[in-house]
Design a protein around this ligand. Structure first.
Ligand code: ATP
Ligand code: PRP
Ligand code: NIO
Length: 469
């Protein structure tokens, strides 16, 4: 929907590029790594989402006439503007699979390209991957809490502007069944669903007339909102009346929606009333500030809720407003690059790298990964990034590389994947993760270690930089 052009970025990306251009660095190869440092929601994993959208945006990324006019007005010189006019990405991208589980402090995606091109992708990459990965992870937590109950995204109205467009897609990747967001449904081929609003019931003098009209026009897909006046004294009895009338016409009422009050108690009472009336097939949907904790609590109370509609908590990623993903230079001018930091975990990993996941004999995840230099093909020790005593011999595990080349010389080489395919892959990956990593309270910490060679390279660069300072 959004028409990305190359000015969908921060100004400093363009000004730095202007300097690279004039100082003879434009053809120099650089590598930037996208990674994050902290797991959101104090959870044990993150779901990687946004890659398909990012790759599409990169393929078509250009400076259009409006962009060039603006940059000229902003004082960019003609020679650089001529370069930007022909700008298109010509490098390589290596990436984790969308929908896979990702963990802190290891590359998730690496861009290898002429330095200006790689630089100009930073903001777009962060903007796309950070938000969708946050929302997919939030959705996945709700899926874990909800078990086999249905989850529907109601978030567009509460989302940060057009962010709701991508949130609906990320929600499905994380395990939601459908969305009320029609446009996302159209563009991403996501199932669309919905009920009715209070305004519709309010429009009528009598609640039952609103239900009757809806049931008549929407007989094949009729979910009645029962809490506008009084859920148990009016809403549910009226829904039962209309449900029985539908039966007489050979139709079936699909469901009712509860949107306020004590959802566990109201669901139990509604279920009892519906069942007593012979409408045991009518489903119960619940909404109103639902999140994973509320879902867990409601199911612990044995609330007979078949479907949860979730808005605010999903699309705002409450209580974490962002994934802290960053995009850091790790190679340039034919040398590995490093940024020093007081905190060891904040020092980035230099050079071109590959990430290996460790598997137990039965194919389940061991709960750890090793970051290696890209040209290392044989290593059998994983070293802790800061505590050399915590090394681990790797002979008992099998390992699998995680970063695959998805763009080569500017051309997409990986096969585009549909949202439902990514969602299914994500579900399977999460199943392979031992449950200790999935519990909400104090989950097991997934280990991300380094090969000896990478750690030595990082330590020698740290040493060199410290000496220089
Ligand atoms: N039985 C329950 N157990 C746990 N959480 C619940 C239960 N019933 C409702 N909730 C959740 O508690 C929160 C507050 O519910 P509350 O009924 O106070 O809603 P409210 O926003 O004041 O709305 P209203 O005034 O429309 O009822 C919501 O997040 C809701 O989903
Ligand atoms: O609480 P959230 O998780 O954000 O979920 C979405 C909420 O949005 C709707 O309310 P709204 O008052 O906007 O419209 P309505 O009249 O259709 O209830 C819906 O009824 C839910 O209560
Ligand atoms: O279809 C619904 O019931 C719906 C959609 C968006 C927001 N709240 C409810």
């Amino acid at each position: 929907m959004f028409d990305y052009t190359a000015t969908y970025t921060d100004q400093y990306q363009i000004t730095m590029s202007q300097v690279y251009f004039h100082k003879g660095m434009k053809n120099e190869t650089a590598i930037f790594d996208y990674f994050f440092r902290k797991l959101p929601f104090e959870g044990g994993y993150t779901i990687f989402a946004g890659l398909e959208d990012l790759l599409k945006a990169i393929e078509n990324l250009r400076f259009d006439q409006k962009d060039l006019e603006l940059l000229e007005k902003e004082g960019m010189d003609q020679e650089f503007l001529d370069y930007l006019e022909d700008f298109k990405f010509s490098g390589n991208i290596y990436s984790a699979k969308e929908g896979d589980l990702i963990f802190p402090n290891r590359p998730v995606l690496s861009v290898e390209a002429p330095i200006i091109e790689a630089q100009l992708l930073e903001t777009l990459t962060l903007n796309t991957l950070n938000y969708q990965s946050l929302i997919a992870t939030k959705a996945s937590r709700m899926r874990l809490a909800a078990g086999d109950r249905k989850l529907v995204d109601f978030g567009l109205r509460r989302a940060p502007g057009t962010g709701g467009y991508a949130a609906s897609r990320a929600a499905v990747i994380g395990g939601f069944n459908s969305t009320s967001n029609v446009r996302s449904g159209r563009d991403y081929n996501i199932p669309i669903s919905g009920t009715m609003a209070h305004s519709f019931v309010q429009r009528y003098d009598e609640e039952i007339d609103s239900f009757r009209d809806f049931a008549e026009v929407r007989a094949h897909d009729c979910v009645l909102l029962v809490d506008t006046y009084d859920t148990l004294k009016s809403g549910v009895p009226n829904a039962i009346k209309v449900g029985k009338e539908m039966e007489e016409r050979g139709e079936k009422l699909k469901g009712i929606r509860l949107d306020s009050g004590d959802l566990a108690w109201l669901a139990k009472e509604s279920r009892r009333m519906l069942d007593e009336a012979g409408l045991d097939y009518v489903k119960i949907a619940a909404s109103n500030q639902i999140d994973e904790e509320v879902i867990k609590s409601l199911l612990n109370q044995n609330a007979p809720i078949d479907l949860f509609g979730v808005g605010t908590s999903l699309v705002t990623g409450r209580p974490d407003s962002a994934l802290d993903g960053v995009y850091k230079l790790s190679y340039a001018n034919e040398e590995p690059r490093l940024k020093l930091s007081e905190t060891v975990s904040k020092i980035n990993l230099p050079g071109k790298k590959q990430v290996y996941r460790l598997f137990n004999e039965d194919g389940s995840f061991y709960g750890g990964e090793v970051v290696a230099l890209a040209d290392e093909d044989d290593f059998d020790i994983m070293v802790h990034p800061s505590d050399p005593k915590q090394s681990r011999i790797l002979t008992e595990f099998t390992k699998e590389p995680l970063l695959e080349k998805v763009v080569e010389n500017g051309k997409r080489i990986s096969i585009p994947r549909a949202t439902d395919e990514i969602a299914e892959f994500s579900r399977q990956q999460l199943e392979k993760l031992p449950k200790e990593f999935k519990r909400f309270d104090n989950p097991h910490a997934y280990k991300v270690g380094l090969t000896k060679k990478l750690k030595e390279l990082r330590d020698s660069l740290v040493h060199r930089h410290k000496e220089r300072v």
